[in-house]
Design a protein around this ligand. Structure first.
Ligand code: PMV
Length: 329
């Protein structure tokens, strides 16, 4: 077999959370969409394992080593891995999950070229790789969205919306966790997401710990978490019916609740204020404290310019992008 025949290329999208971050940690529903920006990986036979020219290293590339050991085995013939794409790293847009999804799809194909993996198996493998790389703590939101594409809803119960896809479980240091994963297929419209990156790195684990601390010192504040769940369900219903004005309202309402919870930041607030006049709704997305905000808009160019003028770096994406796919094999 020639080298070109043995090269496998796969890609997977990043994600952005439209509703429910932080509250999802306490069982409320969260809604994530696959964005246009993707990571593409290629695997080609080589004399030794490498990633973009450096030797494969379990500390530096835990997801790749985990998926290699699972799909191909530690003694598999070595491959050179190349990664390219336009998802900024460590900004809450799911770059590591899209890497896991794309590498997983490519390796699963190499192992069993004539029996492609189901999305369920692939999202389970990518989630396990994320969890292994993050001390046993990872919600399946990023990996499921990257594998499925479109719009994904995660909750601790089956929601009366869209199509239930599968359950995900994980043994974490805090005990057994279980999530129900659903797909929804909102009607198309001329709306866009503009993502504004503050460029400030705030680790999600720190933000999650801060919310846990706030709830421990004042259990009454669980009402704020429940309120986020209520808004997320309202936003979800609006999304399913294609009422994007109502989706935008729910996003802005969700942001006010997140701000009240203490997970926004001055830099995020500046970008959000800048985007508001041209948007249907605006909120922080992901862990907060830095990272990205997201605006839902019919005027992506204007919204993007306003965010850039306020100092943010922007990405524009339509809604409902394709999930993981093999590009070349
Ligand atoms: O920062 P991101 O995009 O990884 O999102 C974190 C979402 C949280 O709800 C804050 C945490 C979680 O594990 O769900």
């Amino acid at each position: 077999m020639g080298a070109s025949e043995a090269t496998v290329v796969a890609s997977a999208p990043g994600k952005c959370i439209l509703f429910g971050e932080h509250a999802v940690v306490y069982g409320q529903p969260a809604v994530a969409v696959a964005i246009e920006q993707r990571l593409t990986v290629s695997l080609a036979p080589a004399p030794s394992w490498s990633v973009d020219g450096s030797a494969l290293n379990a500390a530096k590339h835990p997801h790749i080593v985990h998926l290699r050991n699972r799909f191909l085995g530690e003694d598999a013939s070595p491959m050179a891995v190349h990664i390219q794409g336009d998802i900024p790293r460590a900004s809450g847009l799911g770059s590591s999950a899209s890497l896991s999804a794309a590498i997983g799809a490519a390796m699963a194909h190499l192992r069993k070229a004539d029996a492609p993996m189901t999305n369920d198996e692939l999202s389970e493998a990518a989630h396990a790789a994320e969890a292994a790389a993050q001390l046993g703590r990872a919600s399946p939101m990023d990996t499921s969205t990257s594998v499925e594409g479109g719009v994904v809803v995660l909750s601790d119960q089956r929601e009366e919306v869209g199509e239930w896809a599968y359950s995900r479980t994980l043994t974490t240091p805090e005990g057994e966790r279980r999530w129900e994963v659903h797909r929804i297929d909102p009607p198309g419209d001329d709306v866009y997401l503009v993502l504004g990156n503050t460029g400030v790195h705030a680790p999600t684990s720190k933000q999650v710990a801060m919310v846990a601390q706030a709830l421990a010192s004042n259990p009454e504040r669980m009402r704020e978490i429940q309120a986020i769940g209520t808004v997320a369900r309202r936003g979800l219903a609006a999304l399913v019916s294609g009422d994007y004005e109502a989706v935008g309202h729910a996003m802005s309402e969700n942001h006010l609740l997140l701000r009240g919870l203490g997970v926004s930041s001055d830099a995020l607030e500046e970008l959000i204020q800048a985007a508001l006049p041209t948007s249907l709704g605006v909120k922080l997305t992901g862990g907060g404290g830095g990272g990205c905000m997201v605006a839902l808009t019919r005027h992506p160019k204007h919204t993007s310019e306003a965010i850039e003028l306020a100092g943010g770096r922007t990405l524009v994406s339509k809604l409902g992008n394709e999930g993981v796919r093999l590009e070349l094999h």
